[in-house]
Design a protein. Structure first.
Length: 333
């Protein structure tokens, strides 16, 4: 018979509504399974990229030390010591700035010069430079003081400020010198040199950070040339309730957990008030290697102070005391 005769196959009716609903529900289930996996994979990839940047930063640290009598870049008594007045010039935007001097050392072009306008331009160049911009840093930082560079990316990486001070017998200005009047007691005559640090594989140089921010303050920056206590680039470590880069206070109180700013490399976004180590960040050490650490792991005081220092307990987070000891902590190598 012909092609369209009685022997032709019967046409299958279209999907029924029930069949369509079953297919849609299966697709929804598959998406609910796959989307978190894909999101976690993206977050992991960003974390790997961040570690690669920190690895390059660690190389820059070593190059600077080799060329500058073993000094640690970013010290206001070293790479920032040339800034004496109220205006920054050259590569740094302020005395605590380690990114500008490192960028110049590594051959990246910068708008160097003095005055508020060019300092703001230099800061925007630095904080948006691929080397210094963490792929997971989606946070904006607003102006607080000093030259106004507008709103832009939060400074991605912060250093440990007490490692970068030069110790003096008494007093100290909190800008470049420090006389042990906080809970952190540096070794007598301390100068920020890598060879005096102790075991450099156990001492943090820089880490994912969020200066200046807390559970109640969104990120901002201070570009004052003579900024004290870390400026926009350095801070006390995450063991201390005084930190403004790694605030862990939202773990136990308040409605916002500020760990999300700096500890931004968990595979998924932890719930607010999640326990210690739920939030993760990347770190580069003085020997140039990198690690991803949880927020409580990263609060180990031995990682942030030079060997021979001492730390009293007044402002330590409770879980830090529980894990790392009570009373005065003698910082080892």
């Amino acid at each position: 018979m012909g092609r369209f005769g009685m022997g032709a196959r019967a046409v299958r009716p279209a999907f029924t509504l029930i069949e369509l609903l079953v297919v849609i529900s299966i697709i929804s289930v598959l998406l609910s399974i796959l989307l978190p996996v894909l999101s976690g994979a993206r977050r992991t990839a960003k974390g790997v990229s961040c570690q690669a940047k920190l690895k390059e930063i660690g190389t820059g640290l070593q190059f600077y030390a080799t060329d500058n009598d073993d000094w640690i870049i970013g010290s206001p008594a070293g790479s920032g010591a040339y800034i004496l007045g109220s205006f920054a010039s050259g590569a740094a935007t302020q005395r605590w700035d380690w990114m500008g001097p490192m960028a110049r050392q590594m051959g990246y072009p910068l708008p160097e010069g003095s005055g508020n306008t060019i300092t703001a331009e230099r800061f925007n160049t630095i904080r948006g430079m691929p080397l210094f911009l963490c792929p997971s840093n989606d946070f904006l930082s607003t102006w607080y003081d000093g030259p106004n560079a507008g709103t832009g990316p939060m400074v991605s990486y912060n250093t440990s400020r007490y490692m970068l001070f030069e110790h003096v017998a008494s007093g100290g200005d909190g800008i470049a010198t420090y006389g042990n009047f906080h809970e952190e007691k540096l070794p007598t005559g301390w100068k920020p040199r890598i060879t005096r640090m102790g075991d450099v594989s156990k001492k943090v140089f820089a880490a994912d950070g969020a200066r200046y921010s807390t559970t109640s303050i969104k990120p901002d920056y201070d570009l004052t040339a003579q900024a004290a206590w870390g400026g926009s680039f350095s801070d006390v470590a995450p063991y201390s309730t005084f930190t403004r880069s790694w605030d862990r206070g939202g773990m136990t109180s308040g409605s916002f957990d500020a760990r999300i700013y700096a500890f931004r490399h968990s595979t998924s976004i932890p719930t607010p008030k999640a326990p210690g180590d739920a939030y993760k960040a990347n770190f580069v050490f003085m020997d140039g290697h990198t690690e991803k650490l949880g927020d409580l792991e990263a609060a180990n005081p031995h990682l942030w102070l030079p060997a021979g220092s001492r730390l009293t307990q007044g402002s330590l987070y409770p879980d830090v005391r529980q894990r790392y000891g009570v009373g005065t902590i003698d910082i080892g190598s």
